[in-house]
Ligand binder design. Sequence first.
Ligand code: FEO
Length: 411
Amino acid sequence: MKAARIADGIYRIGANITNGDLFEGLWPIPDGVSLNSYIVRGEKTALIDLVRDWDEAPMKIRDQLASIPVDLKSVDYLVLNHLEPDHTGWLGMFRDICPGAEILTTAKGAAMVKSFHGIEDRVRVVGSGDSVDLGGGRRLVFEEIPNVHWPETMVTFEPGSGVLFSCDAFGSFGSVGPEVFDDELGPERHLFFERETLRYYANIVASFSVFVERAIAKLAGLDIRVIAPSHGILWRKNPGLIIDRYRRYASYARGPAEAEVTFVWGSMYGNTERVVDAVMAGLTEGDVPVTVHRVPRDHMSQILASAWKSTGIILGMPTYEYRMFPPMAHVLDDLGRKKVVGKKVFRFGSYGWSGGAAKELAEITAKYSWDFLEPVEFAGAPSPADYQLVKARARELAEIVKKTALPKQGA
Ligand code: FEO
């Protein structure tokens, strides 16, 4: 693949990771993820963000630099917007190849350059409002956006072109093909990246939503004409769309989200499972979209994405050894870690000889600010009345969700 030209002297070089590894050692990326770096060339040359030595990413980057052409040894500045190793893992090797390049990063970034890589020389600390003139009409201006999603994070803006190098902010999972710009993609690819942006946000950024909102407010004064993130596609036709998408996702942290329900269920011997269809019938009557996940079959990455976007959650699980069905306890713990709060929730399930799931559910979710409907629990198999009750509760939840969800976008 060739480098993609963004403006005079400004190029995107990227590597897709498609080797089946987990992102952060945790999140599946079945459709890959791109690591984007950027070249900005005036009289001097800056390289913005690096890659990790992962799935031959450094080799892919070097091949694309050659297509510009840019010799890595000619780089004057290496801007590190963010020190997470997906963007800096190759730093030691880069320093060996290009010892003269000065590293530009925040004060906290410089501390991480030392702690992760043992590098202290030719590191310049920059902060909000600082800039570097590359000559030839190209200038880099820095703005700190702490905790999106690490504390050292900043973005880099090139005022002449209006390109914002936003690092993880406005990024997504998903490999990027030869078409790297929003205006080059058809509707199907746009839908793919919308899904992968939500999953990326819910998995990686969601806990820091208040900082995302602060960052968006901070960047509002810039004349942004292109958003160039470190993962995913570049936005030059409609940069406002990805900003609005992130703003909307960040707002879900207050609870009300889309008028949708995430239904997570697990069953040991089929008694809890028996009423799943009744739940679905109630939601159909209530006319809300639902995303269904079965545990432990479905991965937390997908459950988080739909739960983050939903105003309502339904949990179906049996009692297991006086406590909750263990995979559901794991799901609930992860939802709390990612701050899935303020939801409208209904729970049902079977027990053998005594309850226990309800008590553990209350313990785990004590700080989630979830509003629970009256649960439906049954000993052994559900009775005909239980089917009716479960269906009615699902319908009731659907009505509450429609009343409390955010207004539709554009409404
Ligand atoms: Fe893509 Fe937080 O690193």
